[in-house]
Design a protein around this ligand. Structure first.
Ligand SMILES: Nc1ncnc2c1ncn2[C@@H]1O[C@H](COP(=O)(O)OP(=O)(O)O)[C@@H](O)[C@H]1O
Ligand SMILES: [Mg+2]
Length: 224
C-alpha cells in the first residue's frame, strides 16, 4: 500500500467533541481519493492533519514506508512532501504566477527551477500568463496556479480542499474534466474534499463519506 492512515482522531482545543474520529484510509499510488461530506463534517480538518498543520490526538500515517506521524513521531509540514491547494487558493498577491510557482522550489539550480516552472505552466495551460499577478486572473486560472505551485516540488501526495467551490456553476463541469486531466497527467496520488456528489462521481477512484467527523461509508459504489 502506497499510503496508509490508521485510527486518526482529533479535537480542537475549544471543542467538547472529537472533530475527527477514527479516520482510516489506504491509497494506491496514482489514485484519486475523494472525501465527501456536508459543511462542518471535518473534511478540511482531515486535510490539515495530513498536511501537519494540526497535531493529532491519536493515529498514524505513512507514505511509501515513511512515517509522518504516530504516537512517537511528528514530521513537520515542510518535511512531509505533501502539497496542499487551499480552498481560497492562498496565492501570494504580490507575486506573479511564475514567482508563486517558484516559491516552493528548493534544492534546484536556477536553470532547473526555470525548466520546472515551464513544465508546470504547460501542465495547467497557463504558458502565456507567467508574468501576471493573481488579481489579473479568473478564479479558474488562480486555482490552476495554486495547483501548479503545489505540484511543482513533486509532492508524494496532493491535497485539494473543495477545488470547485469558488468557481461558477457553468464552469464546474469543464474544470472537473481539466483537474481530472491534470491529476492523471502528473500520475500524482491525491485527495480532494467536496460536499458535491457529482464531483466525487466524476473524478474519484475511491470515496470516503464523512459525517460529524466520522466515516459513515466507503467505496465508490455507495454514491452512484
Ligand atoms: N479552529 C477551530 N476551532 C474549533 N473548532 C473548529 C475549528 N475549525 C473547525 N472547527 C469545527 O470542526 C468541525 C469540522 O470543521 P471543518 O473541518 O472545517 O469542516 P468541513 O471542512 O467539512 O466544512 C466543525 O464542527 C467546525 O466548527
Ligand atoms: Mg472545509
Amino acid at each position: 500500500m502506497f499510503a496508509e492512515i490508521r485510527g486518526l482522531s482529533f479535537r480542537y482545543k475549544n471543542s467538547s467533541v472529537d472533530n475527527v474520529k477514527d479516520f482510516n484510509l489506504e491509497m494506491n499510488q496514482g489514485e484519486v481519493t475523494c472525501i465527501l461530506g456536508e459543511s462542518g463534517s471535518g473534511k478540511s480538518t482531515v486535510l490539515r492533519l495530513l498536511a501537519g498543520l494540526e497535531f493529532p490526538l491519536n493515529g498514524q500515517m505513512q507514505i511509501n514506508g515513511k512515517i509522518l506521524f504516530n504516537e512517537h513521531e511528528f514530521v513537520f509540514p515542510e518535511k512531509r512532501g505533501i502539497g496542499m491547494v487551499f480552498q481560497d487558493y492562498a496565492l501570494f498577491p504580490h507575486m506573479t504566477v511564475e514567482e508563486n510557482i517558484r516559491f516552493g522550489l528548493t534544492n534546484l539550480s536556477k536553470q532547473e527551477k526555470t525548466e520546472r516552472i515551464r513544465e508546470m505552466l504547460e501542465l495547467v495551460h497557463l504558458e502565456d500568463y507567467a508574468k501576471r499577478y493573481p488579481y489579473e486572473l479568473s478564479g479558474g486560472q488562480q486555482q490552476r496556479v495554486a495547483i501548479a505551485r503545489a505540484v511543482a516540488p513533486k509532492p508524494s501526495i496532493l491535497l485539494l480542499d473543495e477545488p470547485f467551490s469558488n468557481l461558477d456553476a457553468h464552469l464546474r463541469q469543464s474544470i472537473r474534466e481539466e483537474l481530472n486531466g491534470i491529476l492523471k497527467d502528473t500520475g500524482m496520488t491525491s485527495i480532494f474534499v467536496t460536499h458535491d456528489r457529482e464531483d466525487a462521481k466524476s473524478i474519484a477512484d475511491q470515496v470516503v463519506i464523512l459525517d460529524k467527523g466520522e466515516t459513515i461509508g466507503k467505496g465508490k459504489a455507495i454514491i452512484i
